[in-house]
Design a protein around this ligand. Structure first.
Ligand SMILES: [Mn+2]
Length: 445
């Protein structure tokens, strides 16, 4: 049997605030999470940590290695689980005198768990089960109290700590029980939970960086408390219960906004954080050659370059060369490496982007890549799915597309064949491609 996977369930902690970038994090999502968590650590009283919603990509791995920094911790889900509501009630052994459990129940405990010497959970003792049992014992109460707990253990609903509460809430509530038992990943007793915790579980505290749409956020973000947003993308956010700091500015990278926050508050990041923030700016702006770049990005980059002692031109070239390209990865990994979902005129659209240093590998990989696009289009019911292949050396892109024929026919780009378009100097998904796709799709209405 394979060993249990430890990464599967890494629960969030209710006392921490997580600064976290979007799913399939890119350089800017990693850098701005680390940078903003560092900044908030200097300037706020909250316990703030950097997190990531997925694997570190090739560029971020290069930069983290270059500056000798550990990546943010993985947060695979922000949803409340049974582990978050389990309270560690002291268990009794099956051989404990029943009187012991009795007196605990008399003091107001609603459930006394019964766990054997090997840590195996046998069930629990509840007031109702005991009352029923007493009623059946010949000799009544005095006789029953002399017995051990074993004979009165009741099987109760038992849930694994890693399971999402929302997935089981309905079944458990319909079952009518008041108390539940929670077991750990190893199957051992962890704690108890009551019906009330199912209705109002604690919520993870998240600060979203480099995205503001829940569809791009870590799994379970819709059940979390969003306590801040720092971003440079279009608005697509859900509402919040309370007002929150919400900063979305039209600059080239979120790392720029983190840098500006540092400068405004007169806190200077250490060289490695400065270097990573610089990497975020250089990556998102393609070393200032993307149309998304602003003077604010240039000013922030200059300041960071001074702090991290980095020569922008040379380091920028190395960082760009660390783009993963089209070899060494499966078509699935390329398509899902940096993919964002949108709704355009009521249609589901997905746009992936991959950075390459030249289009030389594209013809050979194209059939595989189109196959991966087809699979996602069908599985996710998409009207359109595209892969934007951007040459970060010559600053040009090609677009592989699968989708409704009417949409493909209406795209305002030079069509090379049934599924490939030449985008010319279009390199920004956010500022150039997505608005163009949105316009073309709205035109069809
Ligand atoms: Mn960004």
């Amino acid at each position: 049997m394979p060993p249990p996977t430890r990464e599967r369930h890494d629960p969030w902690h209710p006392e921490l605030t997580y600064v976290i970038g979007h799913q399939r994090p890119d350089m800017d999502a990693i850098a701005s999470a680390l940078g903003y968590a560092w900044f908030l650590g200097q300037t706020s009283a909250d316990k703030v940590v950097a997190a990531r919603a997925g694997q570190v990509g090739a560029q971020a791995a290069f930069a983290l290695g270059y500056f000798g920094t550990r990546p943010p911790r993985v947060l695979s889900s922000a949803a409340p689980t049974f582990g978050h509501v389990a309270s560690p009630q002291e268990p009794v052994t099956p051989d404990a005198p029943l009187g012991e459990a009795m007196s605990r129940l008399a003091q107001g405990e609603r459930l006394v768990p019964v766990v054997d010497g090997d840590g195996r959970l046998l069930g629990g003792l509840t007031p109702l089960a005991l009352a029923r049992a007493y009623a059946q014992v010949a000799g009544g109460l005095a006789r029953a109290s002399e017995q051990t707990c074993r004979a009165y253990v009741e099987k109760l609903p038992t849930v694994p700590s890693g399971d999402r509460i929302r997935d089981r809430r309905g079944t458990l509530l319909r079952g009518g029980g008041e108390e539940f038992l929670v077991i750990g990943e190893d199957g051992r007793y962890l704690g108890t939970a009551s019906r009330r915790c199912l209705l109002e579980p604690p919520r993870a505290r998240l600060i979203l960086v480099d995205h503001n749409e829940l569809s791009q956020a870590v799994t379970g973000a819709d059940e979390a408390e969003i306590v801040g947003v720092l971003d440079h993308h279009r608005l697509g956010n859900a509402s919040t219960a309370a007002p929150i700091p919400f900063v979305v500015e039209p600059v080239g990278s979120t790392s720029t906004l983190v840098t500006e926050a540092c400068r405004q508050e007169h806190v200077a990041p250490p060289a490695d954080i400065a270097g990573l923030l610089l990497s975020g700016i250089l990556s998102d702006t393609l070393v200032f050659r993307s149309p998304t770049v602003t003077d604010r990005d240039r000013r922030a980059a200059d300041w960071l370059a001074g702090r991290s002692k980095i020569e922008i031109g040379e380091y920028g070239r190395d960082l760009i060369q660390a783009s993963p390209g089209l070899v060494d990865r499966s078509a699935d990994q390329i398509v899902d490496g940096d993919r964002k979902n949108y709704e355009m005129a009521g249609k589901a659209v997905s746009v992936a982007q991959v950075e390459v240093t030249g289009f030389g590998e594209l013809p050979e990989r194209k059939p595989d890549l189109l196959g991966a696009l087809d699979a996602r289009r069908e599985r996710e019911g998409l009207a359109l799915i595209c892969l934007m292949v951007t040459d970060v050396v010559t600053i040009q892109s090609r677009l592989l597309c699968r989708g409704d024929a009417a949409i493909l026919g209406g795209l305002p780009f030079a069509r090379l064949d049934g599924s490939e378009f030449d985008l010319g100097g279009i390199v920004s998904r956010k500022k150039q491609l997505v608005p163009a796709l949105q316009g073309a799709i709205e035109e069809l209405e």
